[in-house]
Design a protein around this ligand. Structure first.
Ligand code: FAD
Length: 442
């Protein structure tokens, strides 16, 4: 067969080369010793890719998967669709045995034919070449360099060498099928990987839950694992295996054996700040500044924003068109929590008034020395100013650094319902209770 270019291997790279040949009208043929994407076919049966599907896309063919990380099965289906979409010419189950170069031609001998193309692309990957350790015993029949599925290891003692993503998956899968698993890790390698995250402390990362042990959640954050301890979780947030969450990379600490552990948080107020930084370019470029963020995780949050450039509306920038920016932040926090964006003001009275929003405040009195404030409201605004379980006034207090007391102002005659109405008595009691709670909270 006369072809100008031979591509050896129908893995993702070989297919991409085929697509480029189609685009350039080059006569080509892909020769593959197994099936299409043979290496992916030989990957562990239950594996999930570590990359999101959009990162694995080739030839402009969209890769849609059920989870954000595709499974092996989804990948196999995807690459078949790529071959169909581009009508790629592939000879499967034909192995290349030898390649020779004679003047301007290659002579390629395969299990089925001999080809003499002008150009040759070798895209045979590295899957067929295991990382040998060169240690005694490695050649024994019970030592495997490839993993298919966990069942054969049930109730056996298994040693997994290495601590990369695949090794962790193998260890977990065999452990879940009843194997007694020991992971053997070169400690300094683990330390090196963890130390690569040092520069990311104080930023946000995305992690997929790979294990839940008692109250600790373990997430795969890319090159290694991070821990989300109970005290850094959002109360009442349901954490599900394999689900992905954005987390704040809080610190790297040493455990009692001196091993570094990456600690992440879902309830740290700085997660909120970092999420806004990501969504709002005006924050990233310094035109708008978040002065403070306070949260009642899973329920409500308030952020105080300030414009360094007068032309920019800081609240509008954070809210975005039709609320899209604040909505994206809320979505990352999963729960339908409310985020109040407050304009910071150097006048404490104005700042406190804004911080108590959405309640309408009549007047604020401040004691600057004691850092205490009285905020006067109408009767019907009192529950709103205080919030459920005092959450609104507590967050406003934290945001402004003032101990705020909500005081119900005497109603004018035409607004006041009958003074002994049961509704009014009930509201009054509620307000007093809440005020009391707030006072004891501080
Ligand atoms: C468990 C696992 C998980 C992974 N997860 C990810 C991930 O999440 N994200 C990511 O980007 N990468 C991931 N990878 C790596 C990724 O799969 C590879 O980088 C990718 O497959 C490389 O593509 P390739 O075309 O270069 O090689 P391969 O996919 O290995 O393709 C090479 C092809 O060449 C064929 N071939 C070899 N020798 C011959 C011969 N003599 N004659 C004819 N044909 C031959 C092979 O059969 C094979 O089909 C993962 C790998 C593994 C093992």
């Amino acid at each position: 067969m006369e072809v100008n270019t031979i591509i050896i291997g129908a893995g993702p790279i070989g297919l991409t080369c085929g697509i480029e040949a189609v685009k350039r009208n080059i006569s080509y043929l892909i020769i593959e010793k197994g099936c299409i994407v043979n290496s992916v076919f030989n990957y562990p049966v239950n594996m999930t890719f570590f990359s999101t599907s959009d990162r694995l896309e080739i030839g402009g063919v969209p890769f849609v998967s059920h989870g954000d990380k595709p499974t092996r099965r989804e990948a196999l289906e995807y690459y078949r669709r790529v071959v169909d979409a581009w009508k790629l010419r592939i000879n499967t189950y034909e192995k290349v045995f030898s390649i020779e170069k004679k003047e301007n031609q290659f002579i390629i001998s395969t299990s089925k034919s001999v080809y003499k193309p002008d150009n040759l692309i070798i895209s045979t990957g590295f899957f067929d070449y295991p990382n040998l350790l060169n240690v005694p015993g490695e050649e024994l029949p019970k030592v495997f360099h490839y993993f298919k599925e966990a069942h054969p290891y049930a109730y056996k003692k298994v040693a997994v060498i290495g601590a990369g993503n695949s090794a962790v998956d193998v260890a977990l899968e065999t452990y879940r099928r009843g194997a007694e698993v020991t992971m053997i890790i070169r400690e300094d390698k683990k330390k090196t990987i963890v130390s690569q995250y040092q520069s990311q402390v104080g930023s946000i990362v995305k992690g997929r839950i790979i294990r839940i042990d008692n109250n600790q959640i373990h997430l795969d954050i890319g090159k290694t694992e991070a821990v989300l301890p109970k005290e850094n979780q959002i109360k009442n947030e349901r954490y599900q295996l394999n689900a992905s969450y954005v987390v704040y990379l809080k610190e790297i600490v040493n455990d009692r054996f001196g091993n570094p552990r990456i600690i992440v948080s879902r309830n740290d107020p700085r997660l909120l700040i970092e999420l806004f930084k990501r969504e709002v370019p005006e924050i990233a470029n310094g035109a708008v500044e978040i002065r403070k963020a306070v949260r009642e995780p899973g329920e409500r949050a308030k952020i105080a924003v300030f414009n360094r450039q007068t032309a920019v509306d800081p609240v509008g920038a954070c809210v975005g068109q039709k609320g899209v920016r604040v909505q994206t932040v809320t979505d990352e926090l999963k729960r339908k929590k409310k985020i109040d964006i407050i304009q910071w003001n150097k006048d404490p009275k104005l700042f406190i008034t804004a911080a108590l929003s959405p309640a309408k405040i009549l007047e604020v009195e401040v004691d600057l020395k004691q850092k205490r404030a009285q905020a006067y409201v109408n009767e019907e605004q009192a529950p709103l100013a205080i919030g459920k379980n005092g959450v609104n006034v507590n967050l406003a207090s934290q945001l402004t650094d003032f101990e705020i007391n909500i005081v119900q102002k005497q109603e004018t005659a035409h607004k006041t319902p009958a003074s002994n109405s049961p509704e009014k008595e009930k509201n009054k009691q509620k307000t007093e209770d809440n005020n009391h709670q707030q006072a004891t909270d501080h």
